[in-house]
Ligand binder design. Structure first.
Ligand SMILES: [Zn+2]
Length: 135
């Protein structure tokens, strides 16, 4: 008995959907932010995820991650169920936050070097003023 290519593809889709449903059920089958519950737009999201982490970081697409969560080989609390809208919004917010942090780090470096330069100038001129004052 052999199975056709279509049957095989169908089996793959059913397998992936079953894994996805099982994982979504672990997280209440609804979006953690807005409560949206249509499974077609629900995704498993890494709570502290780097927005630049490649989507295939776990291999085999999302199914690889679903299997890891179901097996308990990754901590369940590191993930949450989000709808695509909330996931995109979260991604946009974390990119803004990431850029803001990077900018403020740069600003601190600039401020520190400016403060140092002012401090050195102050010592230089301060000493001259002091000498001037004595004369
Ligand atoms: Zn949502």
């Amino acid at each position: 008995m052999s199975i056709t290519r279509e049957e095989n593809a169908d089996y793959g889709r059913k397998y992936k959907l079953a894994k996805k449903r099982a994982v979504l059920a672990l997280y209440g089958s609804k979006c953690n932010r807005c409560g949206f519950s249509d499974e077609r737009a629900l995704q498993i999201d890494h709570v502290w995820g780097d927005p630049e982490l490649p989507r295939n970081a776990y291999g085999r697409g999302s199914t690889g991650l679903y299997i890891k969560i179901l097996q308990g080989s990754v901590p369940k609390e590191d993930y949450q169920c989000l709808c695509s809208n909330c996931n995109w919004i979260k991604r946009a917010e974390s990119i803004v936050e990431h850029n803001t942090r990077a900018k403020s780090r740069k600003l601190v470096v600039i401020l520190k070097s400016t403060a140092l330069a002012v401090d050195q100038k102050h010592h230089k001129y301060g000493a001259q003023h002091h000498i001037g004052g004595l004369a």
